[in-house]
Design a protein around this ligand. Structure first.
Ligand SMILES: Nc1ncnc2c1ncn2[C@@H]1O[C@H](COP(=O)(O)OP(=O)(O)OP(=O)(O)O)[C@@H](O)[C@H]1O
Length: 290
């Protein structure tokens, strides 16, 4: 596994500056069937409750929480795919009113167009931006190179492994140069080894591009390994339990494995962060009204 270099500090750490993303008292309700109240009855169901958080420009923020706590709902809200029932979401100080090319979304399932080659999939967002054909191909090749898929540019999704498909999805999201990358458990369907190598690749890409990344996961280790900060959510309805700062710079013991790679995950510091996130996830809820 590739060694992990110290993460850069978020570029927006100065008090009083505008955060890249701001969630202000965000609440999301769904109307669902109420089986207890007879045929056709409906009730309100709160998925996300009073969620307030700033994401700094250039920051890598991970969001971890138990299944069903509202993580995907939160990401859909940030992506503008749904609207908050109350509260506000701001991008660079402006309210988010819908999806936009300023935000790239990567889902757990690769969501590639099966009839398009890897290159043509990456070109997809560029077409929406009106980029000319020759420039599209050049930019697509650049991003396929960034994710190590130059040799597979002409392959179709069914000819690619799961990890490769997810690399194409990441390249597609980066190619139209969004300010923010929103990732919803993008590596959850992959085997452990592929997941670890894509985690390192994502960290490398983040350092190379300086994008702001919000990464949803239910994996404690993944949240600690990737995030400069880990936002921990409560069980449903999803609230912000706590935010944990992670600094793994120099955490690895160079002599801890075969001598070629530093093993950050085996370090004592990584273990302490993992325990901190675990403890936050298992701390009692303040209240449970739904
Ligand atoms: N469109 C919808 N209509 C009704 N309920 C919904 C809708 N979308 C999500 N929910 C409910 O909101 C809650 C939060 O769902 P969400 O998918 O955001 O959780 P999650 O934390 O991403 O879960 P997981 O980790 O299992 O993917 C769940 O109880 C889910 O059933």
């Amino acid at each position: 596994m590739e060694a992990v270099a110290p993460a850069p500090a978020p570029s927006d750490t100065v008090p009083g500056t505008v955060p890249r993303l701001r969630l202000e008292h965000v609440r999301k309700e769904f109307i669902v069937r109420d089986a207890t109240a007879g045929r056709g009855a409906r009730k309100r169901f709160t998925a996300v409750e009073d969620f307030t958080l700033d994401v700094r420009a250039g920051e890598f923020l991970t969001v971890v929480g138990p299944s069903g706590c509202g993580k995907s709902t939160l990401l859909d809200l940030l992506g503008g795919l749904t609207e908050p029932t109350s509260g506000r979401i701001l991008l660079d100080g402006e309210p988010v009113t819908g999806p936009g090319l300023d935000r790239g979304v990567v889902f757990q399932q690769y969501a590639l167009l099966p009839w398009r080659s890897a290159r043509a999939n990456v070109e997809f967002g560029l077409e929406a931006k009106g980029v000319a054909r020759a420039a599209r191909a050049r930019v697509a090749d650049e991003y396929l190179d960034l994710v190590g898929l130059t040799a597979f540019a002409d392959r179709y999704p069914h000819e690619l492994s799961g990890g490769m498909k997810q690399r194409v999805a990441i390249a597609r999201s980066l190619a139209f140069d969004p300010e923010v990358l929103l990732m919803d458990e993008p590596f959850a369907a992959l085997d452990a080894q592929t997941r670890e190598s894509l985690q390192d690749e994502l960290l490398r890409i983040w350092r190379a591009t300086g994008k702001t990344i919000v990464f949803i996961t239910h994996g404690i280790e993944e949240s600690v390994y990737l995030g400069q900060r880990v936002a921990v959510m409560t069980p449903r309805p999803g609230r912000l339990q706590t935010v944990i700062d992670v600094d793994l710079a120099g955490a690895a013991d160079p002599g801890s494995d075969d001598g070629e790679h530093d093993d950050v995950r085996s370090s004592a510091r990584f273990g302490r962060y993992r325990h901190e996130v675990w403890s936050a996830l298992h701390s009692p809820k303040e209240d449970a009204h739904v």
